[in-house]
Design a protein around this ligand. Sequence first.
Ligand code: AMP
Ligand code: ZN
Length: 138
Amino acid sequence: MNSDCIFCKIAAGEIPSSTVYEDQDFRVIMDINPASKGHAIILPKEHAANVFELSDETASKIFVVAKKVATAMKEELNCEGINILQNNGELAGQTVFHVHMHLIPRYKDDTVTIGWAHKEAYNDDFAAIAKSIAARIK
Ligand code: AMP
Ligand code: ZN
């Protein structure tokens, strides 16, 4: 636990939150500035600033929690889809530096914008990139 970290305090229950799910490793809360109705965030109780610091154990469990909560959200909210996403680093849109996963329900005609422009003229050598990344996988 990092005493300077607001998500550590929320995950530990020291700061009250609207909790939708809790187990020994995670607390799932309503996002305070939701992108859409029901937007939730999954907070590991373990402090890790981002995915690079996250333990393999917590990493292996977080998507199971995402599936569990997303299933309940889909039933309850009648949304047509859910974006499950996670930002690492300021440039990637991370604003709170305690790793968390977003569950963003999507509704017809919502004004949520998530996405990227596909680069038509992107001409990097895919095989070379794949090979050089593969060489670093531990
Ligand atoms: P990110 O930009 O991926 O780091 O997401 C941070 C998210 O945390 C944003 O969607 C914020 O609205 C949300 N957030 C920040 N502070 C709180 C808080 N005290 N309680 C609930 N959600 C929060
Ligand atoms: Zn933390």
